[in-house]
Design a protein around this ligand. Structure first.
Ligand code: NPW
Ligand code: ADP
Ligand code: K
Length: 516
């Protein structure tokens, strides 16, 4: 029988669970803005108030997620993140928990707020050591609180801090991160160095601001479920990025009097030899997204007659496509287009009304300065384009060698692409970034590794093209499509209980609202 009581939580509001639905987008603030917001908040409050609120919030949350925890190890670093941990430790100790603090930093050199929390913890009788190891062999009932580094993390943890990170990574029970998983860059969601260790939490309580790094790059893998406490400041500052969250009000319904001409025509150009399926996936996705009519030109077999699985798709050979007026169309270009898709691009870039460029179309543009200037010129004329690169395609478009360069700062890379090509950009992957010129970018919160399956990108491009003409601008179409695409994969994982690969055709059925 568990001999540890849950204890009473210190008074404070509960942190909000960060979720992808049902509210306006969440503002995200990087490290520099978070510091500024902290300074502003401090000005209107008595000294040490924010840290007291932060510690109380963390303690209350710890009791809620691990009410039966026997021992609680609080690993505290040398800055104010450690101060939050000390403050939380004091409350948990008072709540009757067996708490042990490992303070990894010179106690005489703590910043003033953290030093105040150290004194409060000492006065309350919290056991405090300078050890990087937990006091006893932890059991799976125990809770660990990671208060090593927060927004002041500046480099990969080394020495005692690295040892504590290692213990936290091997912790058998629940791990709760204060503000950020230690070792994670708050702005990029990556480790400070490729070899740098990062804590993996089950939960992260982000304090005062939500940091973008929690939601993109490897942030999702390290943060676990993210919770937010604004420490009762209610401060509003322009954000670094938004976390896209879908509220019902941004989905227009169909009016009774509308007809298929109201929902736009989509033309898919892709499917070189051996890759016909990619064009079919995009076409099917455009249909289920609600496009009025979908035409497909398969580059590998221009005489392709019918898709018996989706007879609604209309196939057009080269002459028919040539004769079409592309100005009123939404074109999807790429999708298994191989090298042959290049021949379609000059006309697409010059004349398509709306243009979604994916995969091989992006690779062709990256390799050809003439196509690049057409794309840039298109953007300057105000013609709408959405680019949907994965990180390697983005690297090529930016003229850098490696996908890792893009991944090291996904927000920056997406913004650079949007500005350079004057286009909406969806930089795909965990926490897809949606950027547009002169606009605060957003990070998509839906989706999971089940999407790491061939053809899901073709589905995204087609779905986006199907949504776009239905009364949405390019940015909202890109945001909504990316959100729906990920949400379908989340429903799949919820119904299967694991993240096995989600076949792209099944993804289309899920998007169409078929029962999972
Ligand atoms: N003040 C308040 O009231 C509130 C504060 N809040 C909390 O404060 C946190 C920010 O605190 P912070 O600015 O002190 O930074 P923090 O993340 O603790 O780290 C800085 C220290 O770590 C050190 N260091 C860095 N990297 C290192 C490494 N690899 N290995 C070893 N050392 C390393 C760095 O040393 P330096 O780089 O200067 O040599 C410095 O000593 C924020 O995330 C939130 O939790 C909020 O709750 C709101 C209320
Ligand atoms: N781990 C992940 N988390 C969230 N989304 C993912 C993950 N892995 C892949 N995806 C999504 O799956 C899609 C894959 O697209 P892409 O790489 O172009 O594949 P393909 O070319 O095979 O269609 C993108 O929308 C991407 O964001
Ligand atoms: K931390």
């Amino acid at each position: 029988m568990d001999d540890c009581s849950a204890g009473t939580a210190p008074a404070s509001r509960a942190p909000l669970r960060v979720a992808a639905h049902g509210r306006p987008p969440w503002p995200l603030h990087g490290a520099a803005l978070s510091r500024l917001i902290e300074q502003h908040a401090q000005q209107g409050l008595p000294t040490h108030t924010l840290m007291q609120r932060a510690g109380a919030s963390v303690a209350r949350f710890a009791l809620a997620i691990a009410p039966h925890a026997r021992g609680i190890w609080v690993a505290c670093g040398p800055g104010n993140n450690g101060g939050d941990g000390l403050e939380a430790a004091m409350h948990l100790h008072r709540a009757g928990k067996r708490v042990q603090v490992g303070l990894l930093g010179d106690p005489t050199r703590l910043p003033p707020d953290a030093a105040a929390s150290l004194r409060r913890a000492q006065a309350a009788g919290v056991p405090i050591t300078d050890s990087a190891s937990p006091p006893t062999v932890p059991s799976c009932h125990d809770l660990a609180i990671d208060a090593l580094l927060g927004v002041g993390g500046a480099r990969a943890p080394q020495g005692a801090l690295a040892a504590a990170v290692m213990h936290l990574r091997h912790w058998p029970g629940t791990v709760l991160c204060v503000d950020l998983p230690s070792g994670l860059h708050p702005d990029t969601g990556q480790a400070f160095e490729e070899s740098g260790d990062v804590v993996r939490g089950h939960h992260t309580v982000s304090l005062l601001t939500l940091k973008p790094g929690l939601f993109t790059g490897s942030g999702r893998d390290h943060a676990g479920q993210v919770w937010f406490d604004d420490l009762q400041t209610g401060l509003r500052e322009p954000p670094t990025a938004w976390l896209f969250s879908k509220s019902a009000s941004i989905e227009p319904g169909r009016r009774h009097s509308q007809h298929k001409g109201s929902f736009g025509d989509v033309l898919v150009l892709g499917g070189a030899a051996g890759m016909t399926g990619a064009a079919l996936l995009a076409g099917r996705a455009a249909l289920v997204a609600g496009a009025g009519r979908v035409f497909v030109h398969t580059l590998g077999d221009p005489a392709w007659p019918v898709d018996t699985m989706t007879p609604e798709l209309m196939f057009r050979d080269a002459a028919a496509v040539e004769a079409m007026n592309w100005a009123p169309l939404t074109l999807v270009c790429g999708c298994g287009g191989g090298t042959v898709v290049r021949a379609m691009l000059p006309r697409a870039l010059s004349h398509a009304g709306r243009l979604v460029l994916d995969a091989d179309a992006l690779n062709a543009i990256a390799a050809d300065p003439m196509l690049q200037s057409l794309l840039e010129g298109r953007g300057r004329r105000g013609a709408a384009t959405i680019l949907t690169p994965h990180p390697l395609e983005a690297a090529r478009l930016l003229g850098v060698e490696e996908a890792a360069t893009v991944q090291s700062d996904r927000l920056r890379a997406a913004r650079q692409l949007a500005d350079r090509y004057r286009s909406v950009v969806v930089l795909k992957g965990s926490g897809s970034v949606v950027a547009a010129p002169d606009t605060v970018p957003s990070i998509n919160f839906t989706g999971n590794a089940a999407l790491a399956s061939a053809g899901t990108g073709d589905v995204l491009a087609g779905w986006m093209a199907g949504l776009w003409p239905q009364g949405r601008d390019a940015l909202l179409a890109a945001q909504l499509a990316t959100h729906a695409h990920g949400a379908a994969a989340d429903r799949w994982v919820a119904s299967h209980g694991h993240q096995g690969p989600l076949p792209a055709s099944r993804l289309i059925e899920l998007l169409a609202g078929y029962p999972p």
